[in-house]
Design a protein around this ligand. Structure first.
Ligand SMILES: [Zn+2]
Length: 356
């Protein structure tokens, strides 16, 4: 099919997909260096005319939680710069507006948390929840895209462009000692060593390794496809127009470099603080209280012997021999759900263990 020149800008297309996930877009439209192909509601593939040597595919997803607006604005900024010819497409990519209905409603989700549903046998075809149907669409879109873009060597130099990535962009509900941090899903696929300097160069400050499977979107790409997938927390939730995008400019630069097939900025991995989840704090009874203020910052440290929580059935949870850092605390979850992650500081991957 012939392209229709100038019939749609990428930034406009993304905005229209937020207005309506089923927005009528051209089946294909020109971009500087390539073209765009809408693949599914809220999903656009970017296809370069001439891929740069070794340039690997990138999946960029935003708005899986509808109230997390900074990543949506960040992707819009990157797209507007492409529309303006400030950079040229030279690597394949899949852009995903996760949950347009929730974005328009200004809510994290409508029926249930979308970012827990990315499991192939975990969502019934007749599940009536909106997010269940959305997860199926997104899993199929990722499967189809990655079938076109085979997996990776990942053995290059720091800042190499040959490692496929899935960057699922979020913002957190609370403050954090490290406002920008990566969550590394639990998987048999280790993160290629070349990726950490890239994340440091994009302004990330910490990385949290999950200790068990959690059926998030980035875990989906890693678990089923062996892709280096990350959930990236980029500061704190704010309404449209109230985000500090300048603080995220290094992340915008990373997205642009990936899509332009050019080596991204890198920084010393030592600039990242590494943590590993030690245990999940569960709410077992209705009679459950956290031993600290609800609005405590992520990664707040608790020392040996300090009280973390009291549960009517499980009793007290106290810190053992090693200090723990509390991440994503929420006392208000339903019974049987996770009320916080308790993480310990660990050496950078590949670094010799610290003397204790
Ligand atoms: Zn989120």
């Amino acid at each position: 099919m012939a392209d229709t020149p100038n019939d749609c800008l990428l930034s406009d297309a993304l905005a229209r997909l937020i207005e309506h996930a089923d927005a009528a877009l051209p089946q294909r439209f020109r971009l500087p260096g390539g073209h765009a192909e809408p693949r599914a509601p809220g999903v656009i593939a970017l296809v370069p005319d001439t891929p740069a040597t070794d340039a690997a595919a990138t999946i960029i997803s935003v708005g899986l939680h509808g109230d997390e607006t900074a990543p949506i604005e960040l992707l819009g900024r990157v797209a507007a710069r492409l529309d303006a010819g400030q950079w040229q497409l030279a690597a394949p990519a899949l852009l995903i507006i996760g949950h347009a209905d929730a974005i328009r409603a200004g809510r994290r989700y409508l029926d249930t948390n979308l970012n827990r549903l990315f499991r192939r046998d975990g969502v019934a075809a007749d599940d009536p929840r909106q997010e269940a149907q959305r997860a199926r669409v997104l899993m199929q879109a990722v499967d189809a895209f990655l079938a076109e873009h085979a997996a990776p060597s990942g053995a290059g130099l720091p800042g190499a462009t040959d490692v496929p990535l899935h960057l699922d962009l979020h913002t957190a509900i609370r403050d954090s000692r490290y406002p920008r941090f990566a969550v590394e899903p639990c998987s048999d696929t280790p993160t290629p060593a070349t990726v950490w300097p890239v994340l440091a160069g994009a302004g990330l400050q910490a990385a949290l390794a999950q200790h068990r499977h959690s059926w998030t979107f980035s875990h989906y790409s890693r678990y089923y496809h062996g892709l280096a997938g990350f959930t990236l927390e980029l500061g704190r939730v704010a309404p449209f127009g109230a985000n500090d995008l300048d603080a995220l400019e290094p992340m915008a630069a990373l997205l642009q470099a990936r899509l332009a097939g050019t080596p991204p900025a890198t920084a010393d991995t030592a600039r990242l603080a590494f943590f590993r989840v030690e245990q999940e704090l569960m709410r077992t009874s209705d009679d459950f209280t956290l031993a600290f203020a609800e609005d405590i910052a992520n990664f707040t440290r608790f020392d040996s012997g300090e009280l973390i929580a009291v549960d009517g059935i499980d009793g007290e949870t106290r810190v053992g021999d090693v200090p723990l850092h509390v991440v994503f605390p929420n006392a208000g979850v339903e019974r049987g759900a996770r009320a916080a992650l308790l993480a310990r500081a660990v050496p950078a991957p590949g670094a010799p263990p610290a003397a204790t």
